[in-house]
Write a protein that binds this ligand. Structure first.
Ligand code: ZN
Length: 86
């Protein structure tokens, strides 16, 4: 058998570089729990935060995923209901 030629090198399946160095790994960006990732950058003056998994989290709870997917704000700010008294 001739195995010296004709052996195709498969394209290496690159994994996403493990940027997370937290002792308990942060949820991935495609996880439903993605917001639980650690903050790596916080810019309240600009209204966004960067999570360890690459998710941009905006102050209105909208999100921009690393793959460009946009998550609409999903938590009502509830400004009109803040004054509700028991
Ligand atoms: Zn992390």
């Amino acid at each position: 058998m001739n195995t010296t030629s004709g052996r195709r090198t498969l394209t290496p399946q690159r994994k996403i570089p493990a940027m997370c160095q937290h002792s308990s790994p942060c949820p991935t960006a495609d996880s439903a729990d993605r917001e639980a990732a650690q903050l790596v950058a916080h810019h309240p003056e600009q209204g966004w935060s960067l999570l360890c998994n690459g998710v941009l989290l905006f102050e209105d709870t909208g999100e921009l995923l690393p793959d460009g997917q946009i998550i609409a704000p999903h938590r009502p700010l509830g400004i009109e209901h803040v004054m509700t008294a028991a």
